[in-house]
Design a protein. Sequence first.
Length: 398
Amino acid sequence: MREQIEVIVAEDNVVQRTYMRRLIENAGVTCFKVIEAEDGQAALELLKTSRAEILITDYQMPGLNGVELTRAARSLDLGRYVHIILITGTDMGGYDVRADALNAGADDFLNKEKDPTALKARLRTAMRLIHHGKELEEQHRAMKEANDRINEDLAAAAHAQRNLLPDINTNILGAHVASVFVPSSVVSGDMFGCFPLNDSQIGFYAVDVSGHGIRASLMSVAIGYLITPEFFTKSVLDEDGIPRPARLVRELNERFCTDAHDDYFTMLCGVMDTRRVKLFFCQAGYPSPYYVDANGNATPIGDGGFPVGMFSGVDYEDGNIGVDLDGMLLCCSDGAFEAENNEGIPFGEQRMEEIVKQIYHEPADKVPEKIVKALADWRGRKPLEDDLTVVAVKRNMR
């Protein structure tokens, strides 16, 4: 069955209107259904109630003339494009109707005195543009459906990723652990975990995968699934139960090391040992955490280290410090230090230390929130350019 296109012919002269209808029906371009309108207002109403995709209108009509009809038609929200052809006479008294018609939204013109084959050419042009428009609409629809599916998958991935993150406010073996996670996009390259290893040791880690978006998120989720409490305990504790976090980092480095060197991550891995009253840690390119003593003195610990997954055979070192009963460990991903204000100035380590000194006395669950707020105030309206993770661990039970 041939495609049927509705065409509205707006012409107040019944003889001319009938003539135009017959020309269109015999044009042989496609199967047209002609709808006649005796004036501009009638044509405007037909546009609302029909599925017409072509409007052929005379310029000189009572009520709405052709230009006015064109302007009114373009103001309608029809949900489709209507190709408008304006018919002009040979004697317009020196008035160039075409300029006004183009400004009003006309697509083409036809002179009443032209050979009838000119109408066929105009209709072919109209059909070509209409078909092209429909192809674009179909492509747009397909792209929107694909984009919607991607967004649904991203939302599912973000949900799965957040399910891997620990509770943002919990007590573990006499330590209060609190965290805030702010992704820069739907999915994130940050991952962290905190869990009891036995009755006196708390294991924790924080990871920041290079890059952003889906690729970084997939890698962070893989790391999150890999580092279970059982895996952590087996990798970190030696035969005497002494924490050796560097062993886990070395194991991950060999596991994730590739020839491309594009997929790597920074990491902080550690154990808070309540029996030995020490914090054991290994830093692998992750920003230095702060140890805040009972007097509010914030000291960055660690010496940087090398990212995980870039080169095989890298030697990672263990470190340890004593911890006070009221001491706090604060870990922030580089998204905190690199957050820029409207002038492009990063927040930096000095401002972070000042904020920590102001809030160290707060309960653990308030510390990450206040740091995130300070960073938001610093950025103003500037969006977060990197994922942000803030974790606070306090030995007290406030």
